[in-house]
Design a binder for this molecule. Structure first.
Ligand code: HSE
Length: 300
């Protein structure tokens, strides 16, 4: 059996810790019962633990314990297509993956609220976790009692990422934030986050550039992302509707049309390079599909 979990981009500038979107790029976890835990890793993450220290295994074991299901040792083949520590939700895929593996193995339907309770023990970011479970664009309202609103994302928009060749751990990206914010900065973001939702729902993409403006996290995090301002500027010059830091960074995300995607991607990549930073480009669609199970069909 195989569980596939999508990448996510979060925040959208003004919606810090609130907005999350699933993307059509998946990490996949093939698994089967085994005599002991064994992990094989393909793609990103050569240094990932191959034993019980592996994040998917730790989450799987905890999920079995919390859901009262038998823990069976597993062989897991982990195919990582999502660049790690780049603000694309790669660790959320491992957490959601571990929980979904537990449910799939035992053929057990577990309510999302219970799954999220386990997920939160490993990562306190519903804006990555909820879209990874559910797909779509999710407005995360509360953590523990799980209030959220999931919306479809406009099909005519593309998400273009300039992914720099360095990592920024989320922990570090949260340490640079202020614990208290000024009232006028909170109001600045409230206004723009509201505008983001209304512009997406009504197709007023011309407003998105204002809607992603932010005073709560990007100004502080940009010190960790060399070239961020230049990348944003050149993304806009190349025709992006909006440019913002993807999640905690360091990837930079642009919202574009399908026709404009390559031009914007190239411009952002070049902007990073002008700052002496190597980068690659990912052009992705939103995914309405969250984590899902793929079973092999054997022909007789
Ligand atoms: N909203 C979180 C943050 C996402 O920006 O820190 C972390 O992946």
């Amino acid at each position: 059996m195989e569980v596939k979990v999508p990448a996510t981009t979060t925040n959208f500038g003004s919606g810090f810790d609130t907005f999350g979107l699933a993307l059509d790029l998946y990490n996949s976890f093939e698994f089967e019962p085994s005599d002991r835990y064994r992990i094989e890793v393909e793609g990103y993450g050569g240094g990932i633990p191959k034993d019980e220290g592996n994040l998917i295994v730790r989450v799987y074991k905890r999920a079995c314990e919390v859901f009262g299901l038998e823990e069976v040792p597993l062989f897991i083949r982990q195919r990582n297509n999502i660049p790690p520590a780049r603000g694309l939700g790669s660790s959320a895929t491992a957490i959601v993956g571990g929980i979904e593996i537990c449910c799939a193995l035992h053929r057990k339907e577990i309510p999302l609220e219970e799954k999220m309770r386990v997920a939160f023990e490993f990562e306190p970011h519903p804006d990555n976790l909820l879209p990874a479970f559910l797909g779509g664009f999710v407005i995360c309202v509360t953590d523990t009692d799980l209030l959220y609103h999931r919306l479809p994302f406009p099909e005519d928009l593309l998400l273009v990422f300039a992914v720099p060749d360095f990592e920024v751990p989320t922990k570090k990206a949260r340490e640079v934030l202020k614990k208290e914010v000024r009232l006028e900065d909170a109001v600045f973001n409230l206004r723009r986050a509201s505008l983001l939702v209304s512009s997406l729902l009504t197709g007023r993409y011309d407003l998105l550039r204002y809607a992603v403006q932010d005073k709560l996290h990007q100004p502080y995090r940009s010190v960790l992302v060399k070239g961020f301002e230049r990348v944003a500027e050149e993304g806009y010059s190349a025709g992006a509707y909006a440019v913002f830091l993807s999640g905690a960074g360091p990837s930079v995300c642009a919202i574009t049309t399908e026709e404009g995607a390559s031009r914007v991607g190239e411009a952002m990549k070049r902007a990073f390079e002008k700052e002496g930073v190597g980068a690659s480009v990912l052009k992705l669609k939103a995914s309405e599909k969250g984590a899902f199970l793929k079973e092999k069909i054997y022909k007789i």
